[in-house]
Design a protein around this ligand. Structure first.
Ligand SMILES: [Zn+2]
Length: 421
């Protein structure tokens, strides 16, 4: 049966004009919709019955749960991100992003090109539902159909993937950002097709900074470049969201303002996000934890050693170092701020050599941590750094650590220090 015959049959069943029905069918077939699905979609458009087949009835997105089975939804396409994945030995280009209706949004993966773009309103027939990171996700595959709808669905969600860096989260796909390349390094990795050169570094806009990886090592992505990056995806890397440029990412010049400030958030927000790169929090130091002050590290791996024993390297000749692990509380949550040697020397008011001397004089290495605790505990500090969350809690790898401007105790201490000097 050719398309004319199908159109003829359908038009007479519906009592509609054959040419018009044929045009609708052709539209759908252009998008690789199977003929049976196309006919059904056209039948629905003209108010006819859907026909007796297995296509599930339409549901609202809000009613979809990971065990919904197969569903049919009429939705607005919010984002379409492309990614190449290796599936059962073959490279497959998948499309992924978000769909919305009046009731909510849902993410999807489409295993072939159904031809829809952000902004299109489509009826997705017989989509599978699976669980992805605890949420339902639509799986649009071979047994699914996608039919274009003429009338755009009004949805309370933003069409398109444009976001500020501060709003990106691990799991985001099909996003567009404008950012400046702040740091860049070239690395060689052992990829799925052998050794590959990639670029990684840090990008920033007015709202935040984030690490990124350009898997194509594009020449246009150079340090200082201000770029529009269309179709990037975000995944977690070392505990923080990281922006990924793929072969499908379109890179073009843009004009980007970058802030030197890190976004100020509550500790509760930062911990709740699951990880943030370059944030600033304000909190009181409750406690200086064990493993602060004078510590010993393995010269091979840098891990903490106790009694000269490294967990990986056994008996080693340890190297002295200074570090602080301070528990910070702002009333919403707590985080362990980790200060490297430079920041610790500032707090301690002396160098590593001076700390070692003080320990020798007192015949105890503990005096250094005690001294630091005396300075920190009970005072409010502004801490900037990279926040990650693991099974043991939240850590803030500090890049800046300073008394809060509005903390009277710290102000008094600073003043006294100045008078002493
Ligand atoms: Zn070691």
């Amino acid at each position: 049966m050719d398309i004319d015959a199908h159109a003829e049959e359908l038009a007479s069943a519906l009592g509609e004009d054959t040419a018009e029905v044929k045009r609708d069918l052709e539209n759908l077939l252009e998008y690789s919709v199977p003929i049976d699905e196309a006919k059904q979609s056209v039948r629905r458009k003209y108010g006819g019955a859907g026909g007796a087949d297995a296509t599930p009835s339409s549901v609202d997105i809000a009613d979809i749960s990971p065990d919904s089975g197969n569903v049919t939804v009429t939705v607005r396409v919010l984002t379409v991100g492309k990614r190449s994945i290796r599936y059962q030995g073959d490279d497959t280009v998948i499309r992924e992003g978000e769909l919305a209706d009046e009731s909510g949004t849902v993410s999807y993966t489409a295993w072939q090109d159904f031809g829809f773009e952000p902004g299109d309103t489509v009826t997705v027939g017989n989509a599978g539902v699976r669980e992805w990171e605890g949420e339902p996700e639509l799986n649009i595959g071979q047994s699914s159909s996608v039919a274009m709808e003429q009338d755009p669905l009004d949805v309370p969600a933003e069409v398109g993937g444009e976001r500020d860096l501060v709003d990106l989260q691990a799991g985001d796909r099909g996003r567009t950002v404008e950012a400046k390349v702040l740091e860049l390094e070239q690395r060689t990795i052992d990829g799925r097709d052998g050794e590959t050169t990639i670029h990684s570094g840090v990008i920033g806009d007015e709202t935040a900074r984030l690490p990124f990886t350009d898997w194509q090592a594009r020449e246009a992505v150079t340090k200082g470049a201000e770029l529009r990056l269309e179709d990037v995806y975000v995944r977690e890397f070392r505990g923080v969201p990281s922006v990924n440029l793929t072969e499908f990412t379109e890179v073009s010049p843009a004009s980007v303002a970058v802030s030197n400030e890190a976004p100020r958030v509550t500790i509760g927000e930062a911990v709740g996000s699951g990880g943030m790169y370059d944030v600033e929090v304000l909190g009181n130091v409750l406690e200086v934890r064990d493993g602060s002050g004078l510590i010993e590290r393995c010269p091979e791996c840098g891990r903490l050693v106790q009694n000269g024993q490294c967990r990986s390297h056994g008996q080693v000749d340890p190297e002295d170092d200074l570090r602080v692990k301070a528990i910070l509380d702002d009333g919403t949550a707590t985080v362990t701020a980790i200060l490297d040697r430079d920041l610790t020397e500032e707090i301690y008011g002396g160098t590593l050599a001076e700390a070692l001397e003080a320990a020798r004089d007192a015949m105890s290495r503990e005096v250094v941590a005690d001294d630091i605790a005396e300075t920190l505990v009970g005072r409010e500090y502004r801490v900037r750094g990279h926040l990650s969350v693991d099974e043991y809690g939240a850590n803030l790898d500090a890049t800046e650590f300073a008394p809060s401007d509005d903390d009277p105790a710290a102000r008094a201490a600073d003043l006294l220090a100045e008078v002493d000097a």
